[in-house]
Design a protein around this ligand. Structure first.
Ligand code: OOG
Ligand code: NI
Length: 456
């Protein structure tokens, strides 16, 4: 029996999610349109970018590309989400601790792992788990766990089909179709909140994010993010179209050779809710927004250390996280600090700062090995292209969280990261993202050498 392809399932799911979110948050639809206009323009005017994306197989995926984010409340919810996403070929990669940034969660990203699977559908979901131990009021912490224990965020059918997929090793087309529709239900927005307005306010007072996680029937998708090739144009385009962007673009500054990830978002919307515990009471909730990202090359451990150092220096220079008042100053210092970060693909490669795919451009007349790569590149027998960064950045993620939390989003948490606890709740280990880029680079070098040596 040939099962329906998990990559196809993920692509369908991502499309359904995007359609649903465009209906729920029409401004997101405007953003998708803006991004698609900007990308078309870049591809029409920058043949080098187009060629690079063609070579790495990323071009067809560009219009599909997006990530989403959800926040769950319990170990049961997290470990079940892991099982559900696995059916669609999405696995936990990386550990992000947001507590140092004042957000009471830790997170991972569910995504595809292989280069081919990523090119078929790069859809990823940033998934955060509430850290109950950061709720300092004991009675409230108790109420939170009781409230969360009462809810079931998955439909009965989604759970049945997940089990079926696990037992059989996959799903047939009809089941796969039903599965993606059933799973979508978990992420739908519900205007009705199962708790009372009074409890909502207590939770909100602890942290806005706690109210967002505990106050609803399920982990509504809180944003979706298309990928753009020119984030600065999208940022200014948003203002022209009357969409209010957050103050600063997170991540590295504008560069000739983009690294890692740059992100911006539009502010969360204030939405009507009805609290239903103990009678119906109207209220407001602010959580859902839209985001845009521009992805660059994945950097090595050394490249990441340099990135972290320059970013920390920039933030230290302005006294912490950037805000509306010091935005221009921040951008100026950021660009200045990053002027020492090599900005040609050649230098990034030579200094072992980034990961690349290698492509043979012919055959060699003698047997060649890895050590010959620099010479082969110089001779034009090998070309290389950046491996795109598929993951996230904790400082940027914190900035995205914060920009949507408003003033009382600033909290101080004095607690260590706890990847072990996170993995216990998840019921699995998270894969180290660097090992994946390393592997992709190695495989591409091996394949490239095989062609050069006439073995393929
Ligand atoms: C997740 C924020 C992190 C990103 O793109 O860095 C994120 C959230 O707000 O739940 O999505
Ligand atoms: Ni995001």
């Amino acid at each position: 029996m040939m099962w329906y392809c998990p990559d196809e399932m993920r692509a369908k799911f991502s499309k359904l999610m995007s359609d649903m979110y465009q209906k729920e948050v029409p401004l997101y639809g405007d953003l998708v349109q803006l991004v698609s206009d900007v990308n078309e323009n870049v591809l029409a005017h920058d043949p080098q970018v187009k060629e690079q994306l063609e070579q790495t197989g990323e071009l067809p995926r560009l219009s599909l590309e997006r990530h989403g984010a959800i926040r769950v409340g319990t170990a049961y919810e997290l470990s079940t989400i892991r099982r559900v996403f696995a059916v669609m070929g999405m696995f936990p990669v990386g550990y992000y601790d947001l507590a140092p940034a004042g957000v009471p969660v830790h997170s991972t990203v569910f995504r595809a792992i292989d280069t081919d699977a990523l090119n078929r559908s790069p859809f990823r979901i940033f998934t955060s788990l509430l850290r109950h131990e950061l709720i300092d009021d004991e009675a409230l912490r108790q109420t939170v766990s009781e409230t969360l224990a009462k809810r079931q965020i998955f439909t009965k059918r989604a759970l049945e089909l997940t089990e079926k997929a696990e037992k059989q090793g996959g799903l047939n087309e009809a089941d796969a179709d039903e599965f993606v529709r059933e799973v979508l239900e978990t992420f739908r927005w519900h205007e009705e909140s199962p708790i009372s307005k009074d409890l909502y306010e207590q939770l909100h007072h602890q942290h806005r994010l706690i109210a967002d996680i505990v106050g609803f029937k399920g982990p509504h998708i809180n944003h979706l993010t298309p990928r753009t090739l020119d984030i600065d144009s999208v940022q200014s385009g948003m203002i022209e179209r009357g969409i209010t962007p957050k103050e600063v673009v997170e991540g590295p500054p504008l560069r000739a050779c983009p690294i890692l990830l740059r992100q911006t978002s539009f502010k969360a919307l204030e939405e009507n809710v009805v609290f239903t515990d103990g009678g119906r009471e109207a209220g407001k909730h602010t959580a859902r927004f839209g985001e845009i990202e521009q992805r660059g090359v994945a950097v090595t451990k050394k490249g990441r250390a340099l990135y972290d150092r320059l970013l920390n220096e920039t933030r230290a220079a302005i006294g912490g996280a950037p805000n509306e008042a010091n935005r221009d100053e921040y951008m100026r210092i950021l660009a200045e600090k990053f002027s020492v970060y090599p900005d040609t693909w050649d230098e990034l490669r030579k200094q072992d700062l980034a990961y690349f795919h290698y492509f043979a451009q012919g055959r060699s007349d003698k047997k060649v090995t890895r050590e010959d790569l620099p010479e082969l590149i110089a001779k034009g027998l090998v070309r290389f292209e950046p491996i795109v960064y598929e993951d996230f950045l904790p400082v940027s993620a914190a900035g995205i969280f914060q920009s949507n939390l408003g003033k009382n989003g600033q909290k101080q948490y004095d607690i260590d990261s706890n990847k072990t606890l996170f993995e216990e709740c998840l019921g699995a280990k998270v894969t180290d993202e660097l090992s994946l880029y390393e592997k992709a680079q190695n495989e591409s070098i091996e394949a490239c050498l095989a062609v050069l040596n006439g073995e393929k």
